[in-house]
Design a protein around this ligand. Structure first.
Ligand SMILES: [Zn+2]
Length: 101
């Protein structure tokens, strides 16, 4: 799975943000193992997002000295901005769990 998982290298590009080739261009690994395969990637991103939101709120509240509500808003905005790379990493991790090689 050395080949690019996504057709567009920029995760913030507005077109084809999550477009993926059908197979790995290097080793031929199937990138679409079954219909709706990447729905399962939500279960990869879920614990990552929980860990990040706790870390961001702690950073804003204890390090930056923001109030709790402001810290929550800070973490929310950061996580929204981080969505595209998070979704990509989650798919990559999820695919690697089920990949043949
Ligand atoms: Zn490959």
């Amino acid at each position: 799975m050395e080949g690019d998982l996504f057709l567009n290298k920029n995760p913030y590009s507005s077109k084809g943000m999550f477009d993926m080739p059908a197979r790995c261009p290097v080793c031929g690994q199937d990138f679409q193992i079954e219909p709706g395969f990447y729905l399962g990637a939500m279960w990869v991103s879920y614990p990552i997002v929980i860990a990040l939101i706790i870390a961001f709120i702690a950073l804003a509240h204890f390090v930056m000295g923001l109030h709790m509500l402001a810290s929550f808003l800070f973490a929310t905005v950061l996580l929204i901005l981080l969505c595209p790379p998070l979704i990509r990493y989650s798919r990559a991790i999820y695919l690697n769990i089920f990949a043949e090689v």
